[in-house]
Design a protein around this ligand. Structure first.
Ligand code: PRX
Length: 654
């Protein structure tokens, strides 16, 4: 992040005190910070007590073999029972769990906790019939329909480990995840609705399963959502409505060990291969359900809406596991937001807690306040933000225009790896500062350190670290303990390095400054520069590629690629004058290899890339070009004239 931004942040002086009535009835108050600091294990044990356990744990935390943590050791529980059955047993079976809003106008469905329990039991019985048992891996590649939550909970119920792959990812991305975790079943749908039309999913599954390395999949369970034609492989493909609907609604749930794996979620790292983040049962469910209750000050009559897709960690922790474990009524939204469509949902369902990403807020800001002003959003009482730093202007707009100046904004910092929210204001406690995630939640220990791992003084910047284990922390990377240690714990022994830069202000409150590694954040989605570079290089016309994340007003960062063509391709392009076709072809290639979200905003075809004498690409200089700045210091380049060539190229193509 630039010096300019740093100084903008430090001049931000606005404060928003918690509303008095909210503070008076808040779930968590100031005293929690001290109580948790004096005995964090007792604090988390109390949080775990909010769940139903088969067997109580003998030990809260086993940290005898760091960085491999065990939480609630000896305890047993079932995540699905906690998210469904127990609410029915408590007499709340008629409470709505999901107000599902499908994309085609009027396609809506309400599912109560009693209905959810029945559906999960049926799906669990179906998994057993399909030969899926405890410890097996199941890949889920689905649109935002209730069956996706049912499928996840059914896996959890039988102890199978799900890996949900975002429906916008390509067949290749799906295949590499299936191979890495050796899944034996894929659950998918014929398609989903996006921007007014049916968009197919099943063909990507078929394509993924054609690859020779994908050899463990036995069955594909397919939900009929759009009704579009699908290819069918007899013996392998089975319809959800044929297999699940006829199952009994009774299912005896086994209590699984607290450390039994719950799911693997793949996320981009700073190298090409996505990392399989492993979360386990007891600690994850404790961390997510407790923070959902604390950070959103959840009350029994709240209507909660998290706009994330279930294919990301936010969808796992704050749409499926956290809220359902808390017996929350929530909205699940299938479509892409058209102008005003979100505000209409808030009006219709009287949503009281709304959780979204800064990139969405910035998009709505551009469309103008007249649109949200046309809806009654007086039901809202708390607003959340996640995924990337929220700039003060977006925070203020969100607070004023969406929250009517009454609703506290909680800017929640966390990661796929942390599983749960780590740094955030508490709505009944914190006087919020626009743009700051404020301080670590009670029971969480975070700091900002310098290169020598020394905590920086207030008013200074450095690296964000977590200094104590927490319940929902990742346990390892699937099948790769060494990479887990190397990636997160090796920079400074004993400290978890989050990969983010941060600053402590004069009060010691934390301001996140973005990633310090080769990970980009585009619309709150994590993308690796290396992964996109290797996708580009896999195109037959590309010799070399370098990718940078350039600042973008709407998406936070945007992917900008610099590409050197193979000689044969240069000659061909010169002959046919097909520069722009080639760029379109390369963008489409990246979409095919990874998914449309990874498509570069722009691709520059260049004769050379700036490299140091040891051959390392100096992305810093390319970033200067991508952000239309004066190019910085070029003295360490092997050939300093390269940047002149690139700048020349830029001026002829833009
Ligand atoms: O850089 C931080 C940013 O998103 C990264 C984590 O991405 P992911 O694992 O995909 O999880 C996103 C949803 C939790 C972090 O390393 N990030 C997330 N939330 C914030 C944030 N940056 C600033 N402020 C936030 N509130």
């Amino acid at each position: 992040m630039s010096e300019q931004t740093l100084s903008n942040l430090s001049t931000e002086t606005r404060r928003f005190e918690p509303p008095a009535d909210l503070a008076a009835q808040a779930n968590v108050t100031e005293e929690a910070y001290d109580r948790a600091a004096s005995d964090s294990e007792a604090y988390w044990a109390e949080a775990a007590d909010r769940l139903d356990w088969g067997q109580k744990w003998d030990q809260v935390l086993d940290w005898s073999n760091p960085p491999f943590a065990k939480w609630f050791v000896g305890g047993t529980l079932n995540a699905a029972v906690n998210c469904a059955d127990r609410h029915v047993a408590a007499g709340r079976g008629d409470k709505v769990a999901l107000h599902w809003v499908g994309e085609p106008e009027g396609d809506r469905r309400d599912i109560t906790y009693a209905e959810l329990t029945d559906l999960v039991c049926q799906a669990a019985n179906a998994l057993t019939e399909l030969g899926v048992g405890k410890g097996d891996r199941v890949a889920i590649y689905m649109p935002m329909i209730p069956e996706v939550a049912v499928a996840m909970l059914a896996c959890a119920r039988v102890g199978a480990i799900h890996t949900v792959v975002f429906g916008g990812f390509s067949a290749d991305a799906l295949a590499s995840r299936i191979v890495d975790c050796e899944a034996k079943l894929v659950i998918t749908a014929d398609g989903g609705f996006r921007r007014g039309s049916a968009s197919a999913l099943k063909p990507a599954v078929d394509e993924a399963l054609l690859k020779s390395e994908v050899d463990k999949i036995e069955k594909v369970l397919v939900v009929r959502r759009t009704g579009q034609d699908v290819e069918w492989q007899e013996g392998r493909d089975v319809w959800w409505h044929d297999v699940v609907d006829r199952q009994p609604t009774e299912h005896e749930a086994e209590m699984h060990d607290s450390e039994h794996p719950l799911f693997v979620m793949y996320t981009s790292g700073s190298t090409g291969k996505p990392k399989g983040i492993l979360h386990t049962t007891g600690g994850y469910l404790t961390g997510t359900s407790f923070t959902h209750w604390a950070v959103f000050d959840l009350k029994d009559d709240d209507v909660y809406w998290c706009t994330a897709d279930v294919g990301w960690i936010t969808g796992h922790s704050y749409m499926v596991y956290g809220p359902l474990a808390n017996g929350t009524t929530q909205v699940m939204f299938e479509g892409t937001p058209e102008k005003g469509s979100w505000w209409k949902v808030i009006e219709d369902y009287k949503v009281s807690i709304f959780y979204t990403a800064p990139t969405a807020i910035r998009t709505f800001m551009k469309q103008g306040r007249e649109i949200p002003d046309g809806y009654d959003m007086s039901s809202l009482r708390i607003l959340g933000s996640v995924g990337e730093p929220i700039n003060p202007e977006a925070y203020i707009w969100y607070r004023e225009v969406i929250g009517g100046n009454r609703c506290p904004v909680v800017d929640t910092w966390w990661q796929t790896e942390t599983g749960q929210i780590m740094i955030s204001p508490l709505p009944g406690v914190t006087a919020g500062k626009p743009g700051s995630a404020m301080r670590a939640l009670p029971g969480i220990a975070a700091d900002v350190v310098d290169d020598e791992a020394k905590p920086v003084p207030n008013g200074s910047g450095g690296y964000l670290v977590l200094t104590e284990p927490w319940p929902a922390m990742l346990r390892t990377l699937w099948g790769d303990d060494q990479r887990f240690k190397d990636t997160y714990w090796s920079r400074w022994p004993g400290l978890y390095f989050a990969g983010d830069g941060a600053k402590k202000d004069d009060d010691g409150d934390i301001w996140l400054l973005g990633r310090v590694d080769d990970v980009m954040n585009v619309s709150g989605h994590r993308l690796s520069t290396t992964e996109i570079e290797s996708a580009l290089v896999s195109h037959p016309k590309v010799a070399e590629a370098a990718v940078v994340g350039a600042t973008d007003d709407t998406t936070g960062q945007a992917v900008v690629a610099f590409v050197i063509l193979r000689e044969s391709a240069v000659a061909e392009a010169d002959e046919q004058g097909e520069g722009s076709d080639l760029v379109a072809e390369l963008r489409a290639h990246v979409a095919h290899e990874i998914g449309p979200i990874a498509k570069p905003r722009s691709i520059m075809i260049v004769p050379e890339l700036p490299k140091t004498r040891s051959g390392k690409i100096m992305r810093r200089l390319l970033k200067d070009v991508a952000e239309h700045r004066e190019v910085g210091d070029v003295t360490t380049l092997a050939d300093s004239s390269v940047m002149d060539l690139i700048k020349q190229q830029e001026s002829t193509t833009t």
